[in-house]
Design a protein. Structure first.
Length: 461
């Protein structure tokens, strides 16, 4: 084969390799948004490496037809010794340890783990040599697979598909009423909008137990575990619970022990300590994230006083002016009315999140499968009685009914947004929600129906 033929053959080999990589990516994108299985991610990287080695072997064979990949690997005892020696190098050790991790699966993609000597974080990816762990503020820790295989790894979400656990410890002084302190901790965990309830001994509870397991040198140690959704930031949840516990301990006179020093100063050399400069009072809307407490409205109840209290707290916290504060009040009241017209019996769960620049009102409820109200909604969707959509509330009702019927028949989630369907809502007339909100989203699954109202603000700079 002449040089031109060899070059052409090499180009063909590389083109085929590139094409295989592209088809590989398209295949996995069609199967799902992203491969979330640890062993599959590692297998993908391993297959790519094998394909590259095979192409390189073929390229070597093109230049020297008498040399194959097998003869290159097995030629002479000296080469075998060299291969064994090279296998002890860090790169090969990491590759082998990565293979062992992908087979034994001590953690999965999305699990929250604590590697000995490292910050706790979420497993984001595994490559042939490293495992990527995401910690706070989207910072990544890249840990060699050999270290992961040799260090102690605590997995707080092992084989749990819907939640993660976070272990918390609190110190209280020796004169503390431990039972009272434990109840306060449980109350704070239950009040946090980020935490989930637990089921213990067949009983559903709003928070997990608090354990008194240790007498420390100058404190009593109380332990508990909080549970959060897999999509919730563990750092946000821990911060929220710790702030609540700290404030509750202060209000109830529970001391958190700490080391301190007594400083004796001579009266003759005392100096007046100047107070730090006070920050000028801010009046512009806040650009920091805040989430209100979850407020639950029982079925058939129309008492929204607690919801409005949280709404005004949000407006005050984010420094919204009177005009925007009034708007958020109207949006919350109107949204609750829309949902209550759809379901009278369901327990509503309501909260607000965002900043002084953008906020979202969330109202969700769990459809009571098999209830008379649920059957009535599904019957409306087939009887044709809901065809006349007269206003925006009717439209939201229609969307939720379509979503419930879709999940009932196909067991798939259903999503709708106003921004994606603006051309189909021109005939709905005026509505407070459609007039004020920038977007409205409805999502329906078998376990939850949620209405999200989003508003963008234009604060004066």
């Amino acid at each position: 084969m002449d040089n031109n033929g060899r070059i052409f053959s090499i180009i063909i080999q590389l083109a085929v390799l590139l094409l295989v990589f592209i088809l590989f990516g398209i295949f996995f994108r069609k199967k799902g948004k992203e491969v979330q299985s640890l062993h599959k991610k590692y297998l993908i990287h391993l297959i790519r490496l094998i394909l590259i080695i095979m192409v390189l072997s073929n390229i070597v064979h093109i230049f020297n037809p008498n040399t194959s990949f097998n003869t290159l690997l097995l030629r002479g005892s000296a080469l075998v010794v060299a291969v064994v020696g090279f296998a002890a190098q860090p790169a090969i050790v990491d590759l082998i340890c990565g293979l062992l991790i992908s087979i034994n699966k001590p953690f999965e993609i999305g699990d929250r783990i604590i590697v000995e000597g490292e910050q706790p974080g979420i497993v984001e990816d595994i490559t042939l040599r490293h495992t990527v762990i995401r910690i706070y503020d989207d910072i990544r820790i890249v840990v060699p697979n050999s270290q992961l295989n040799s260090k102690t790894v605590t997995n707080t979400s092992y084989k749990m598909k819907d939640r993660r656990g976070i272990h918390l410890k609190y110190s209280v002084s020796y004169d503390t009423d431990v039972a009272r302190a434990s109840e306060i901790i449980r109350d704070c965990v239950a009040e946090s909008p980020y935490t989930l309830g637990v089921t213990a001994n067949g009983v559903k509870q709003d928070s997990g137990p608090v354990y008194f397991l240790e007498f420390a040198e100058s404190a009593l140690i109380l332990d508990t575990t909080i549970w959060i959704d897999r999509n919730t930031s563990s750092y946000m949840a821990v911060t929220d619970v710790n702030l609540r516990v700290n404030e509750a301990f202060r209000k109830n006179g529970i001391e958190i022990p700490y080391n301190y020093l007594n400083v004796v100063s001579y009266e003759g050399i005392k100096k007046e300590i100047q107070s730090p400069l006070e920050h000028s009072k801010k009046s512009t809307p806040s650009k920091r994230f805040f989430r209100t407490n979850n407020v639950k409205i029982p079925g058939k109840s129309h008492d929204i006083s607690k919801v409005m209290e949280e709404t005004r707290h949000y407006a005050h916290k984010q420094r919204l002016d009177a005009r925007e504060g009034g708007r958020i009040d109207l949006l919350v009241e109107e949204a609750i009315g829309v949902v209550r017209n759809i379901t009278q019996e369901a327990l509503l769960n309501i909260w607000i999140e965002g900043s002084g620049v953008i906020y979202r009102i969330h109202i969700s409820f769990q459809p009571q499968l098999g209830s008379d109200e649920y059957k009535k909604l599904l019957n409306l969707s087939t009887s044709g009685r809901n065809e006349a959509v007269k206003n925006f509330g009717d439209k939201i009702r229609e969307i939720m009914i379509i979503g419930l019927k879709s999940t009932e028949e196909h067991d798939k989630s259903y999503k709708w947004s106003l921004s994606d369907n603006e051309n189909n809502t021109d005939n709905l007339g005026e509505s407070l929600i459609s007039a004020i909100a920038d977007d409205v989203r409805v999502s329906v699954t078998r376990n939850k129906v949620e209405l999200v109202i989003e508003k963008h603000l234009n604060p004066k700079q």
